[in-house]
Design a protein around this ligand. Sequence first.
Ligand SMILES: [Zn+2]
Length: 341
Amino acid sequence: MRKTLYIIGLSTFVFSCTSRQNVKKNTYKPKTPTTQAKPAVQTKPPVAQKPKVVSDHGVDFFTTNIADPTKNDNTASYGSIVSAKPGGYKVVKTFFPAVAQNFRQRYLILHYTALADDKSVTVLTQQAVSAHYLVNNAGDNEIYQLVDENKRAYHAGVSAWRNDKNLNDNSIGIEIVNTGYTTDSTGKRIFAPFSDEQVKKVAALVKDIVTRYQIQPTNVLGHSDIAPTRKQDPGPMFPWKKLYDEYQVGMWYDEAAKQTYLATAQADLAARYNDASFIFLIQTSLQKFGYALDLSGQWDDATKKTIEAFQYHFRPQNYDGIMDAETWAILQALNQKYTVK
Ligand SMILES: [Zn+2]
């Protein structure tokens, strides 16, 4: 109470409240000349560095990227600003934006619809599933947006990657029109290809989203990566390597690194294929890479499906779900390259 009265008494210095308190605290540290440093900070108008908020058709936009590239952090911010409109009050954006913020969108998940064009739109707009974008196969230049990027779409379902679960919460979902797979007489899944035009569309869209939200390469994934026991999409025909090579998005292994692992991988598999310790090592490596998997030490169904999902993405020539030397070498090369931070 006494302090309050004291400050009110100094009515000419409205902002002196904080500095007065600091001066008081700093009397315990006689070396720091805070009384000189403080006015210097105050004379620097904090709003000078704030990017402009532009109003257009009654909507405010913030169009400057404030990302700090030195942090490799996703603190960028731009786009329309959604604000409260409390009755009788005005929401002021003078101090917008605060630096301490980042995007909720940290993953990009690719799917195929397993349906034809027209049915895909109906299902994804009228039923209990949705995605932010739908990439048709009509040979035109259109990409359909179905959900606002700031909102949650229902595309991932029960899902996990590394420490994250339920990826609808923090991902952008892209559905690609594709009929999925049929099963041949031996039970092998035969997948439908994607046209070059459609892949270009998907790649341009992915590139745009990944760049704007600074989504890490390790977080650009297929539905089968985040739900390997349930899902196969976008399947082995989706050209992940092309996206990596030509658009610099997503993950891919270095061929040289793979080669260095190949000889020992062959030896491992020949000598220890059914050893619980070896299976445990494979499961641990898949888990380290990102897949949610129980470490059973057995070639159980979940492990087989997870290997199959890994092969869809990184070794699409053969996706039988059986760990072979090439798959094992690729997994190790990827783990070496994309170390968990
Ligand atoms: Zn899916």
